[in-house]
Design a protein around this ligand. Structure first.
Ligand SMILES: O=c1ccn([C@@H]2O[C@H](COP(=O)(O)OP(=O)(O)O[C@H]3O[C@H](CO)[C@@H](O)[C@H](O)[C@H]3O)[C@@H](O)[C@H]2O)c(=O)[nH]1
Ligand SMILES: O=C(O)[C@H](O)COP(=O)(O)O
Length: 327
């Protein structure tokens, strides 16, 4: 008998909706576009060392050679380095997060940069890539597009991979994804067990149909992936999600204090979704200040950060002035 508990549903979903990037060569995918357009969007804050190589690879292999990608957009997220110049030189259109959201309340971080990228891009399918990836391969993009171009029932595709942890003292082959393993995965298993087979819920590489993405709010900062995943299941259902094995991922690792702040934002996103489901008291409001301690020459240095999470409303509810002009 088919079990209908969340764990059984999750296992069935994983069997049906888990793919490998190698299943979709670029040339075969380009033939499947059938009039649809594809944007690749990279949120980037101080990524001058890596963004150029990623943009150049997508441009050369997928835009120029195969016509699979129609637009590469880098959202400059208040960088203080040469990110914008390097990205433009490599062949991307560059838009500033603040310019794209002018006239709206000022929000911070990656989630807002993604929303700005959705607003300023035009593709029917939108692929998001982190801009700090090292040893980037174009198969990241083809892999994420494959399920969307192969099956109209798929609305959103999440990347997964092995995640080595490379720190000054050496490397651990599967030590990466620390926030994923210590915070996001336990929470999702606890409250959304149907998502328990998503291998990398926090991966920054994913793709979706614009028609669906524009119906979702975007949480600010690093809460964005967790909130999107939870909201997507509610909006389109588990079977409209897919995941793709992209191999191995190398990126810049943040320190423990930064990951603590990321974790706090993820906890806020989860709390707000639990509240919307009526699982926490409607009057309760968690504190938004996080106090952390670091070693200092004269003892401990104390710092307090506001880790509150705000949201951009679904793009379809926002004035046309914030969107890219039609071609
Ligand atoms: O204010 C910011 C901060 C980051 N970024 C960009 O967002 C991407 C991911 O940021 P990063 O600091 O590298 O995140 P990770 O430490 O790698 O965090 C992981 O987990 C996060 C929480 O889910 C996801 O947002 C990330 O994509 C995922 O890689 C990079 O291109 C950044 O340049 C911005 O655009 N604006
Ligand atoms: O995705 C995560 O869990 C965090 O970004 C941390 O990743 P890392 O442990 O690979 O730095």
């Amino acid at each position: 008998m088919r079990g209908d508990d969340p764990a059984s549903r999750a296992a069935r979903w994983a069997r049906r909706r888990t793919h490998a990037a190698g299943d979709w060569p670029a040339a075969a995918l380009a033939d499947r576009k059938a009039g649809q357009t594809v944007s690749v969007v990279l949120p980037a804050r101080n990524e001058q060392d890596t963004v150029g190589a990623i943009v150049a690879t997508v441009r050369r292999q997928l835009l120029d050679r195969h016509g699979l990608v129609d637009e590469i957009l880098v959202v400059d997220s208040r960088s203080t380095d040469a990110t914008a110049r390097v990205a433009a030189a490599a062949g991307a259109t560059v838009v500033s997060q603040d310019e794209a959201t002018r006239g709206l309340p000022r929000l911070d971080g990656k989630g807002d940069a993604l929303w700005a990228g959705l607003a300023r891009s035009r593709g029917d399918l939108v692929v998001f890539l982190d801009a700090d990836l090292r040893e980037f391969d174009a198969a990241y993009v083809t892999g994420l597009l494959g399920p969307l171009l192969a099956d109209p029932a798929v609305a959103y595709v999440k990347g997964f991979y092995h995640r080595p942890l490379r720190l000054a003292g050496g490397a651990e082959p599967d030590g990466g994804g620390r926030v994923t393993e210590l915070v996001a995965r336990p929470l999702l298993n606890m409250f959304w067990p149907e998502l328990s087979r998503v291998v990398q819920p926090l991966s920054g590489e994913y793709a979706g149909r614009r028609a669906v993405l524009e119906r979702l709010p975007f949480a600010s900062g690093y809460a964005v992936e967790t909130a999107l995943l939870i909201d997507l299941v509610a909006l389109v259902g588990l079977d409209a999600l897919a995941q793709v094995d992209l191999g191995e991922r190398h990126h810049r690792h943040q320190d423990n204090q930064a990951l603590g702040r990321m974790s706090a934002q993820i906890l806020h996103a989860v709390w707000s979704r639990l509240q919307r489901r009526g699982w926490v008291d409607g009057q309760a409001a968690p504190a938004t200040l996080l106090t952390q301690f670091a070693r200092a020459a004269d003892g401990r240095q104390v710092s307090t950060t506001d880790i509150s999470v705000a949201e951009r409303p679904p793009l379809r509810d926002v004035a046309a002035a914030h969107r890219a002009a039609p071609r």
